[in-house]
Ligand binder design. Structure first.
Ligand code: ADP
Ligand code: MG
Length: 313
């Protein structure tokens, strides 16, 4: 086994009475795009701030690159890039100078730095805005600048805390593409979000967290296998009797059936021909129906089944 890039053991962080991280454990391997998925207030930012030694914690240990992490672990810090949840750039510096400033904290050589800043600007597609001051940038462009500032020095390990909140779809796609590209160039990425679609789209492994605890961990396929529900079949129908619903519920692999807003919803657990069984039944009974669709569970279903509440706010 290789040494994990990040290893957190039994981390406890309290803000006075509030337990923000409750014996939190995590291991991230080199080369991953690791997703921390949880609703607002679940402890994602607190986790990142503890890892970076920006916050002190009450209990537990944190290792980065196989070494205990402390506020003065400059060797480790040099290899890290951080894109904070709240945009942190200088209002009085233009786009180029902001990136140059942050890159300069790590890269002293002016020629190398010029090249790195240029690459970062191309990477987030801000070449046309090089001379713009942050005040003049839209929310999405500002987020892209924030990212460029965090990654220009080519770190091995990158933390991105909700980098897509409140950005337009075009910037959002650019950001997600960018994360994939950074990863393909060798960076390990830790990505937090409360948008399950994004996490499903880009992450190699995902930890689902709530109330400072790690509830489930795995690839998206593994997480979906944790839950009972494996298929949701919806059939539009004007009306249907209780008897028919009961009969559908007795079909193989069906564990729940409901009828609401002129739609039957059939929840299945396992099985490969569930839709065919349901349609055969409707046909035998000469029941007429409208549109039919079958969906696989989402990470929201996983979250719902584990916690009893929706992931979305
Ligand atoms: P997330 O990033 O997942 O939205 P946070 O880590 O910001 O969650 O917050 C976790 C919990 O800790 C929340 O209940 C939040 O209100 C609380 N919290 C965060 N920062 C502070 C702070 N500086 N002081 C007191 N409570 C805080
Ligand atoms: Mg946060």
């Amino acid at each position: 086994m290789s040494t994990p890039v990040v290893k957190i053991e039994n981390l406890v962080k309290r803000y006075k009475e509030l337990v923000a991280l409750d014996h939190f454990n995590l291991e991230i391997e080199e080369g991953e795009i690791f997703g921390l998925l949880g609703p607002n207030g679940s402890g994602k930012t607190t986790t990142i701030n503890c890892i970076l030694s920006l916050l002190s914690y009450d209990k537990g240990s944190i290792q980065l690159f196989g070494k205990e992490m402390h506020a003065d672990s400059y060797d480790s810090k040099r290899q890290i890039g951080v894109v904070m949840q709240n945009v942190a750039v200088f209002e009085e510096l233009n786009v180029y100078d902001n990136i140059d400033y942050f890159c300069g904290l790590y890269i002293r050589d002016k020629n190398i730095r010029r090249q790195y800043v240029k690459e970062a600007i191309e990477f987030v597609d801000l070449a046309d805005y090089r001379k713009f001051y942050p005040k003049k940038l839209s929310g999405g462009l500002l987020r892209r600048l924030n990212i460029a500032c965090g990654i220009a020095h080519k770190p091995k390990l990158i933390f991105m805390d909700e980098p897509t909140v409140a950005v337009d779809p075009q910037s959002r796609n650019k950001i997600l593409e960018g994360i994939r590209l950074l990863n393909s160039q060798g960076a390990t990425i830790i990505y937090t979000s409360h948008y399950m679609e994004e996490v499903e789209q880009i992450c190699t492994r995902i930890a689902i967290i709530d109330k400072g605890r790690n509830l489930a961990l795995g690839t998206k396929e593994e997480l979906k296998q944790l839950i009972k529900k494996s298929e949701i079949i919806t059939i539009e129908m004007f009306e249907i009797s209780k008897e028919h619903l009961q009969a559908i519920k007795k079909l193989p692999h069906v564990y729940d059936v409901s009828f609401k807003d002129h739609k039957i919803q059939v929840l299945c657990s396992g099985g490969r021909h569930n839709l065919i069984h349901v349609l055969n039944y409707l046909q035998e009974q000469e029941l007429t129906f409208g549109r039919v669709y079958s969906e696989l569970p989402t990470l929201n279903d996983v979250f719902l089944e584990i916690t009893g509440k929706e992931l979305r706010d």
